[in-house]
Design a binder for this molecule. Structure first.
Ligand code: PLP
Length: 341
């Protein structure tokens, strides 16, 4: 197959229109059969539910070319399941797992020329989304929805090595207790943008959000989950029911336990104890793990032993193992890799 004429190594994380996307419509109480289309534009009534009461959910996953030349996706079944949970929480009609997976397969196959070749560090980012197209003026769930899945090639997250970042403890809260922090919805991002811009203006790369009820426990950054490593190489994951269940983080936990034979503990993590950890990373599809060198809590600097030059040792091993599994150089656990071509 002839690849698209792209300088794969110079790609960034930006949208680039690719030839085909999948669209399905929910009408009269049922999801219709979806289909591929070249139309990248959505046309909506001014009174569509999404525009007023924000019924929108999304997912993010990637397709890769493996070392032996296959095109694969990583655990798309978990994205399908998470999207079903997100839909239920926002009173939207869940899309069946089989249809979600069919959409993934069809879009990746139809845009195979846009899947970056092995060795470039680039990948094809897939963005499934669902939103209310039905007319709503009084507050209630809409009765019509669209599911759409499009893709765009993205570059390696770290150009020239993963440099640890500096983050700040945010004065804003991300997710209320018993709120929507655990679902992947646009609304969680809308209210985090001000915190994000404020952190950037103050010279920080990201925010550390705390639990809103007590502001003593670590939650997440708003786009990635935390992972800490103790001096004894124990992996510690902040436990909270308002954190988004990151598929990357859940996979890294499995790798830590089964590949690296490390102890993993999921428990509430207090802000005032993080200085005791040796390493800190942010887990998500975009970067796999982004190392954190320093957390600044209102002027007080909390530096991790791993420093500001490179990833911590355990973080690096976790990173290398997960990337190896995705690219087919390390044997994957059963069911993690879905081969498309
Ligand atoms: C998507 C997302 C993550 C990362 O999840 P992955 O499945 O690993 O990509 C973490 N936090 C939030 C709030 C997210 O929306």
């Amino acid at each position: 197959m002839e690849k698209a004429n792209i300088d794969w190594s110079s790609l960034s994380f930006a949208y680039q229109k690719t030839p085909m996307r999948y669209v399905a419509e929910y009408k009269n109480g049922a999801w219709g059969k979806g289909q591929l289309t070249d139309n990248a534009t959505v046309q909506l009534s001014e009174c569509a539910g999404i525009l007023h009461y924000c019924q929108e959910i999304f997912e993010g996953l990637k397709a890769y070319t493996t070392k032996d030349g296959h095109i694969v996706t990583f655990r798309p079944d978990l994205n399908a399941e998470r999207m079903i949970n997100s839909a239920k929480r926002l009173e939207m009609p869940p899309l069946a797992k089989e249809q979600f997976l069919e959409a993934v397969d069809e879009v990746v196959s139809a845009n195979a020329a846009w899947v970056p070749p092995y060795g470039t560090g680039a990948s094809l980012y897939l963005r499934p989304l669902m939103f209310a197209t039905g007319i709503v003026i009084g507050v209630k769930p809409a009765d019509e929805y669209q599911f759409r899945l499009f893709c765009t090639p993205v570059g390696p997250y770290f150009k020239g090595g993963a440099k640890p970042i500096t983050i700040c403890v945010s004065d804003f809260d991300r997710a209320a207790p018993n709120g929507t922090g655990h679902i992947k919805a646009g609304l969680n991002y809308a209210m985090s943008l001000h915190a994000y811009v404020t952190a950037h203006e103050n010279g920080f790369d990201e925010n550390m959000f705390l639990d809103p009820a007590t502001r003593t426990f670590v939650e997440e950054t708003g786009g990635a989950n935390f992972l800490f490593v103790t001096k004894d190489k124990e992996v510690v994951i902040p436990k909270s029911n308002s954190v988004l269940p990151s598929i990357t983080r859940r996979s890294l936990v499995y790798i830590a336990e089964h590949y690296l034979k490390l102890k993993v503990t999921e428990r509430p993590v207090r802000l005032d104890e993080i200085g005791d950890f040796a390493e800190c990373g942010l887990c998500g599809t975009a970067a796999v793990i982004s190392p954190v060198g320093k957390v600044v809590d209102h002027g007080k600097e909390i530096a991790f032993k791993s420093g500001m030059e490179k990833m911590g040792e355990v973080t690096q091993e976790l990173y290398d193992t997960l990337v190896g599994i995705q690219l087919g150089t390390i044997d994957a656990p059963e069911g993690w890799i879905r081969r498309i071509k």
